[in-house]
Design a protein around this ligand. Structure first.
Ligand code: PMP
Length: 361
């Protein structure tokens, strides 16, 4: 297949975990704990579940290809015009739309070491070049990122907070960085985990859209809203950018169940509150246990925490799997000694902690 686009052969695929049922079959167990994909352990809230049940009656029809109601609801939620919204099949799809719209062979994108794995894939799949800045304390080093920006740079990817490190950038720092960028460079602030962050100087970059015409903020319904399986995310931007992204977007990229559930989820403040609270308690449960067990970790503001095993994490991961605990090795992020653990229900966290104590002890 040497006639494939030349940049595809150099592309490292995103390797998803095995399906839960397959793992359970292999391991001969039935109650595996999956803390591997930063999902909401509560799943969807009651409003989204009710909307889904209702929307089922209409699945024989195509979804609204323009996502009229969902875009209107999101616009209202963020105090922006509907023309500022671009819908995606998960926010990964939006990241891909951004790459297809602004990158091309000869163009460059810049992001940090240990940044979210989809940035290199989106960049390389359109033949553009990824430039990777060294991290500082596992987090984004904006000065190092700035040093890589040149006339070819078209996109800078910033995850705030970042996955898999859980590190974050404060409002003033990030705002100054965005203001320093050339206007011919799109800056994507990926806010997939924003709802979980409680630090007072953590920014909501959507507030800066009026100031920076080259800013795109991405959000998702996969995390705090518990709709990962439905695949729905979105970008907020200047309407001129959204108009370009929507030219590239496949019609019907967000299915009708996802649209209905997302609209309902957006209004379910109680579910968001309960999910954030559960995460806060779970994060405390993990960090207290790690302190007691002497397990070092990267402090995280997300719904996951990445531990440092102090040695190659592969065998440790295998031992956890044998105990029915599924976490995420992050060697593909350049962190071969680390494992990322998503915060689950209290009982799930407890089983994970007990297994870690055995395996690392
Ligand atoms: N951005 C970041 C930083 C993420 O961690 C994820 C999920 N792993 C996504 C985007 C994509 O999520 P989704 O496609 O489910 O919206």
């Amino acid at each position: 297949l040497e006639f494939a686009a030349p940049w595809i052969s150099g592309l490292t695929p995103y390797v998803p975990g095995k399906p839960l049922s397959e793992l359970e079959r292999e391991l001969g167990i039935q109650d595996a704990v999956k803390l591997a994909s930063n999902e909401n352990p509560l799943g969807p809230g009651p409003k989204a579940r009710a909307a889904l049940a209702e929307a089922l009656a209409e699945v024989g029809r195509y979804p609204d290809g323009g996502g009229f109601e969902l875009r209107r609801a999101l616009a209202e939620h963020h105090g922006l015009p509907p023309q500022a919204v671009t819908l995606g099949n998960g926010s990964n799809d939006v990241l891909d739309l951004i790459a297809r719209t602004f990158l091309h062979p000869g163009a460059e994108s810049v992001f940090s070491e240990y940044a979210f794995a989809v940035y290199p894939i989106a960049t390389q799949s359109v033949g553009a070049t990824a430039r990777i800045a060294p991290a500082r304390d596992y987090g984004h080093d904006l000065e190092a990122i700035s040093r890589l920006i040149n006339e070819q740079t078209r996109v800078v990817w910033i995850a705030n907070p970042n996955n898999p490190t859980g590190t974050w950038l404060a409002a003033e720092t990030l705002r100054a960085f965005i203001g320093s960028l050339p206007k011919t460079c799109i800056v994507v602030v990926d806010e997939a985990y924003t709802e979980y962050v409680e630090a007072p100087d953590f920014p909501d970059a959507t507030h800066w859209l009026a100031t920076f015409p080259n800013l795109i903020v991405t959000r998702t319904f996969s995390k705090v809203h518990g709709l990962a399986g439905l695949r729905v995310g979105y970008a907020l931007s200047d309407p001129a950018i959204a108009e370009l992204l929507n030219r590239v977007r496949q019609p019907f990229n967000v299915n009708s169940l996802a649209q209905a559930a997302a609209i309902a989820a957006l209004s379910d403040r109680e579910h968001v509150r309960a999910s954030v609270e559960l995460n806060r308690a779970g994060m405390r449960q993990f960090t207290q246990a790690f302190a007691e067990l002497g397990i070092s970790y990267i402090p995280s503001v997300g719904n996951f925490i990445t531990i440092d095993c102090g040695r190659f994490a592969g065998p440790i991961n295998e031992s956890l799997l044998k105990r029915g605990i599924i976490v995420r090795p992050v060697g593909n992020y350049g962190l071969p000694n680390h494992l990322r653990v998503s915060v689950g229900l209290e009982s799930e966290n407890a089983r994970c902690i007990a297994a870690l104590a055995e395996v690392l002890g």
